[in-house]
Ligand binder design. Sequence first.
Ligand SMILES: [Ca+2]
Ligand SMILES: [Ca+2]
Length: 326
Amino acid sequence: MKKIRNLIIFSLIITFFANINFVYCQTEYNLTIQVKPYDPSVSDVRGAVWINPPRTTVELDTQLTFEAGTQLYISAGVATVDIMCSYGEGIIYYTFASWGGDWPNDVNESSGSIVMDSDKTLIVYYNEERNCPTAPPAETPDITSAPTSPPTPIVTPASTNPPDQLGDANGDTVINIVDALLIAQYYVGLEPEYFILPNVDVNCDGSIDILDALLVAQFYVELISEFSGCTQNEYTLTVEVEGRDPNIPNSDGMVFIDPPNDHIVAAASYTYEEGTVVRAYSLGSTPPPPGLLWQSASFEFEGVAGSTFSFVMDRDRVIKVIFRTY
Ligand SMILES: [Ca+2]
Ligand SMILES: [Ca+2]
């Protein structure tokens, strides 16, 4: 009987230590975050991922270790990389596309929570959008060759346009009869030495001809006050905000409109020149300690929900920021 009792105690002790050992082996799990696409020939800067805890932007493609049961808040951000293009400096935007791997939430939401109850691998897919100048920069007059520059105008017109504006064929910041003459010279094939091509098609009909020279002359003598054929339209972007509760501490959706890269927490409107590319993007938000409410935000743009949009202002547009409480 005593032997049996000792055997039971021995078994219990073995079981106890086996459990201790089991628990010990499972106290930590690894989190790996991978980013796609990754083009090391461009830069080692890519999208950024925010993790809380430890409330930091982590190195990507590295492994982090957390205690079992740790709840993490993770948000995929955006990154920009400056590059050299054929016609000068450009920029690459890396914007969030979707989550993959062991992401347990909506893959289209840039942020969410996970619980570290096993080793996990998260994959962040980014959109890569290259913005390069499509034309060489406008020529500027060579001030080192003053002796051969066009004659200095005798009369300064009452009305002037800003530098590098339509009508200022030689880039001397005034629009006068010299500019009209230079356009006329160009039209007859004389190839004037100081001639800024983007400034001279003042009626925007696609050709540089005697009509442009006449219009510049008319501007000079104040028969016209602007080159109306090239007036750029302006359009309004209206930003509507829905569901934001300012009474919730930390109710910060981290959504931005760029330009001007404003952090949106209230309704707003912006005016852009026609053709301006506008980006609306979300960085997610940082939740408060467990047990408290918080809000995140995403967009609804022309019937489509999402966290990142890029669009051309070719008409008045409306984008809605929708806050959700968690
Ligand atoms: Ca001029
Ligand atoms: Ca023209």
